[in-house]
Design a binder for this molecule. Structure first.
Ligand code: IVH
Length: 684
């Protein structure tokens, strides 16, 4: 066979195998036997071996894997990967519908879908070929897991048909079906490894494996449900799903269009029952506005789209006995009561501990040692105690008294008016607070220094090498080499020994050095200011751009920022007014940490308002002024403070000062209302 004959055969075979893959893995309707399929695949593998120059990266043989990924590259998402607002009741769904109705004003059609319980993924296709697969990460950047995703047989490496855009992204969920999950856990137990707690964890662990051939063996699968971007040729979300299905993606057959809220409730109650019959996990349903123009009009909050919402199924509950309560001090000094329970099986794991939140919750629940309590897994990680089964209270159940002094350093606890938690105020001297702040600083969503994870911070602290996070940047090779410690990792029985040998030390120092490239929003989060979580840090960083501007901002300027309320503003003011904290910032800056936002990270949704300048004044009915300004910017327009002859529009709300109106009239600047603005946005 010469090269050109081989090329023909390879192309034909590859096309045939692709079709069978689609029939088998996407449509679940195979038309040939497994044996025949394997023969075709084997033939292709042999041909590619004989003519290695003809091996294409999107050949169906690539589903087998083999490539090793040492470090997963971080990729900035073209469109931020947001999550969905959660609802738990019919009333919440009614509120969602009402809010949409208020903005759109006329009939809205919805699409109801299953909410797959897996790992979110974004796939990019260029000229019909899969070029990149990225996990959600922190929503701004995720991990490049392309090599591993390519092994998933239901994911097309090359698309069918012709009418797909030259380049686009499609988002979905990587899941592990029950059958594969069980098989995999059996194998793990045989090999003496701990089983995974649930299919979601297993899928997420599998996606981050270094050996893609092992990933291929685990039989991950994926459902796709969203195409981000605003230059796609669809009028509705439903249409986009149908098109994506024709291109070869696995799209759930259970996505349906709903005209009324009654239809939505029917869908919800049907799946609340029927989910137990599915071969994979779902944890709720998702409701989306179908019309894409309407979606654009509704836009996004910092965290999630306003045009979609998730409705989670009610969590499972079990009852068990409360044996004792420990008090834990966190990085902010907050003291959390943690219940020790008689071990009980709940939603796939054995639960032994649950949070009791704070003193207020203890007294509201009137919970006592020895009580039977109801435990629930709230969405994620730590289970919580929901209520007490008073009928089962044993005689002599003892009252639970909250502690008065820090269990770690003995300092008298304090409580701020109006706050639920008791705090240990000894921020600079209480060991779990110091260690907790360091752990938070290096964590993945903050400075991401994973070479310092797993107990290593503890070693540094115990040896007196670090008292705060700025100290990390002064560590030297000589200080670290040879340090060691045995410790018991949380949740594991076996002791582990860590010793700082040459490789560990150089990894640590490299990790610390690499953290100098972490963006300002994450640095701000890493500082560990009370109430400044990931989202708030992002809001602040993108609003103020530099740390100086943030430090200068007084209370009034802070509460102007969307989502920043009184409590957060006060916490920020008080953090920055502490000279010890400003000294820390000085040291971090001297070490080369970024305290300015890279403006290329500010996302752009479209150029519909490019070239237009707006003055936004007064108060509005459907949007806040900040939201309008943000919409203008994200669609390429400009906001300016005062009117000139160059102003394109004065966007006027209620209670706008009369001078502005006069000036606009004098200069011939059109005065528009909120709904005129929406029209301009939609019609441009
Ligand atoms: S739509 C911009 N549809 O649930 C909205 N998400 O907390 C994009 N999920 O981030 C998401 N099933 O990881 C959408 N049918 C579905 C989904 C779904 C599962 C995940 C997704 C999302 C999270 C919401």
């Amino acid at each position: 066979m010469n090269v050109s004959e081989a090329r023909d055969s390879i192309e034909k075979l590859a096309d045939e195998i692709r079709k069978h893959n689609y029939n088998y893995y996407v449509l679940s309707k195979p038309v040939i036997s497994d044996y025949e399929f394997d023969r075709l695949l084997q033939r292709l593998i042999e041909l590619e071996k004989a003519f290695p120059a003809l091996l294409s990266p999107d050949s169906p043989t690539q589903h087998v894997g083999g490539e090793i990924t040492k470090d997963f590259r971080q990729i900035v998402h073209k469109y931020p990967m947001l999550s969905l607002g959660n609802t738990y009741s019919e009333e919440d769904i009614r509120d969602f519908e009402e809010r949409i109705h208020k903005t759109i004003g006329y009939e809205v059609e919805y699409v109801c879908e299953l909410k797959f319980d897996g790992v979110a993924i974004g796939l990019t296709y260029r000229n019909g070929r899969l070029v990149q697969a990225v996990t959600r990460g922190d929503g701004i950047r995720g991990d490049d897991v392309t090599t591993n995703v390519k092994t998933i047989k239901s994911i097309p490496l090359r698309l069918q048909g012709r009418d797909y855009p030259e380049e686009f992204e499609i988002r979905g969920e990587i899941i592990l079906p029950h059958a594969s999950f069980e098989k995999m856990n059996e194998q793990r137990m045989e090999d003496g490894e701990d089983p995974f707690a649930n299919p979601r964890n297993a899928a997420s662990g599998t996606l981050k494996m270094q050996d893609s051939a092992e990933v291929a063996r685990r039989n991950l699968d994926g459902f796709f449900y969203y195409l981000p971007g605003n230059d796609l040729p669809f009028r509705t979300h439903y249409e986009s799903l149908q098109a994506a299905r024709l291109w070869g993606f696995k799209i759930s057959e259970y996505a349906v269009r709903c005209k009324t809220i009654g239809d939505i409730f029917d869908y919800l109650s049907t799946w609340d029952q029927a989910r137990h019959e599915l071969p994979y996990d779902i944890d709720g349903i998702v409701i989306k506005v179908n019309d894409i123009r309407q979606q654009e009009l509704l836009g996004f909050t910092a965290k999630s789209p306003r045009w979609a919402i998730a409705c989670k199924f009610k969590a499972e509950q079990v009852s068990t006995r409360l044996l004792s309560v420990d008090f834990q001090v966190g990085r902010t000094g907050a003291v959390t009561p943690v219940a020790n329970l008689e071990p009980v099986q709940l939603a796939g794991t054995v639960v032994k501990r649950a949070t009791l939140h704070n003193a207020g919750v203890i007294s509201t629940l009137d919970v006592r040692i020895g009580d039977m309590v109801f435990v629930e897994k709230g969405g994620e990680i730590i289970p919580k105690i929901i209520s007490v089964d008073l009928g089962e209270r044993p005689a002599g159940a003892t009252q639970l008294n909250f502690i008065t002094h820090c269990p770690e350093c003995g300092t008298l606890l304090i409580r701020t008016e109006g706050e639920a938690a008791w705090y240990c105020p000894n921020e600079q001297g209480c060991p779990p607070q110091i260690k907790g702040k360091l752990e938070h600083f290096i964590s993945r969503k903050a400075m991401n220094i994973d070479s310092l994870g797993e107990g290593k911070i503890e070693i540094l602290f115990d040896n007196g090498l670090v008292h705060n996070y700025a100290d990390l940047y002064n560590l030297t090779y000589d200080q670290l080499i040879g340090l060691e410690k045995t410790y018991e990792p949380s949740g594991e029985k076996k002791e582990k020994k860590i010793s700082f040998r040459e490789k560990t030390v150089s990894n640590i120092l490299n990790g610390i050095d690499a953290s100098k490239g972490v963006s300002f929003d994450r640095v701000l989060y890493a500082l560990g200011i009370r109430f400044v979580g990931e989202t708030v840090a992002k809001k602040l960083a993108f609003h103020f751009i530099t740390v100086e501007k943030l430090m200068e901002a007084d209370y009034d300027r802070l509460v102007e920022v969307e989502e920043i309320g009184e409590k957060i503003a006060q916490s920020i003011r008080s953090w920055f007014s502490d000279p010890q904290h400003t000294a820390l910032i000085g040291k971090l800056r001297a070490a080369g940490i970024l305290f300015r936002i890279d403006e290329s990270l500010v996302t752009r949704l479209s150029d519909r308002l490019a070239g237009l300048t707006f003055v936004v004044s007064g108060t509005f009915q459907n949007f806040s002024r900040d939201e309008l300004k943000k919409t203008i910017e994200t669609h390429g327009g400009k906001n300016i403070g005062s009117i000139s002859s160059k102003t394109s529009y004065l966007l006027a709300g209620e209670n706008m000062g009369p001078e502005k109106r006069k000036k606009a009239e004098k200069l011939g600047v059109p005065i528009i209302s909120e709904s005129d603005f929406v029209k301009i946005l939609l019609e441009n």
